[in-house]
Design a protein around this ligand. Sequence first.
Ligand code: PMP
Length: 459
Amino acid sequence: MTYQNFSRAQLQAIDSAHHLHPFTDHKELRGAGARMITRAEGPFIYDSEGTQILDGMAGLWCVNVGYGREELAKAAYDQMKELPFYNSFFRCTTPTPVLLAAKLAELAPANVNQVFYGSSGSEANDTALRLVRHYWALEGKPTKRIVISRKSAYHGSSIAGASLGGMDGMHSQLYGAVPDIVHVMPPYSFELALPGESDHDFGLRAARAVEQAILDAGAENVAAFIGEPILGAGGVKIPPASYWPEIQRICDKYDVLLMIDEVITGYGRTGAWFASETYGIKADTITTAKALTSGYQPLSALLVGDRIASTLVDKGGEFYHGYTYSGHPVACAVALKNLEIIDREGLIDRVKNDTGPYFAAALAERIGTHDLIGETRAIGLMGAIEIVKDRGTRERFAGGASGDKIRDLSIANGFMVRSVGDTIIMAPPLIWTREHVDMACDRLAKALDSAEADLRRAG
Ligand code: PMP
């Protein structure tokens, strides 16, 4: 039986009866019913009524090569016929994770040459946390356990991922976070810079909050700093240029490992294979997932730097950690083909030299001039707009719901975006052309126009 035998209302009723959705108020959803997306092609998604929507979020930051790729379907089909599954435990391996590991070592920064697979970003960050603490134990420094992170960071939904992340709502429901994780201020100048403080100075101040946390804890107790190069789910918060070099200096000075979470930024988003390149960061671990397969299969790859890997190999002893689907042959076959497509179509160069700069300029010139907008920012194909009541003072509308309102209007106008408080965020497929950027700006501008009167009336 296929879903075409069901009406939208029937599917929504079954959804309400049996399906608990991620990050959802179920009471609210059961009243409204979920939007049903039924197919997609290129940069567009279609709902059950056949409405075409330009996807400004690449699914969930993942569908970098766009929808409807026959080659990826074929890679999965062929691998499923040949060998749908075998594990990588007990001294076994299969061909596709091996070839993918070599490819990832080639693409990753020079000091990063090893891979540990999982199925999700959350799993990969669990691996990273365990690996980093295990590294220090192997090095005879078991007191180095504390990991420093940032408020509004997102590192996943497992207990370790949520503990590493800095989302207040998630922490309030952890009922016991993983111990020895400390959170400092994020590099979010729009809200946190002092009056008159330059971007440069703010970036240094935000980085030095990490230094202060290391000094407070004692460097002998600090294992690592973890950060997304650009805070993604927390609101596409792009750090000032001074931030990452200062973080690197601080980590080097106190012998603190650098864990970089590139689950969103990996595989082209910022106009380089990895944002670690964009910012010149020398990472000890790089967490990746999502666009590794463009979302066509669940797969994560924790890329592990030489420093940790050589200790693991030289000292030996089993690392008691792994997932059934670590190195899943089908997911790895799809990843190999996906990386080939990104490369062959020159998508990363296009983002870096054409669509990325065009996107930043279009947001600034066509959205940033609107009365409701306090700031636009973008890097590669990743951007945000800040909704304000007053452009001069950056005062927000009361109630924190301006983002949801504009998001809903934008979707109704045929452009899928996401809201985070009073911020609208975007991360479209890398196949976007200038034409798609224009279409997005037109639809978003219309949403802003139609929201303004209501927002001002409500205050
Ligand atoms: N890290 C970052 C930076 C993410 O954005 C996400 C997911 N949005 C994760 C980790 C978790 O990945 P997953 O949802 O695949 O577990």
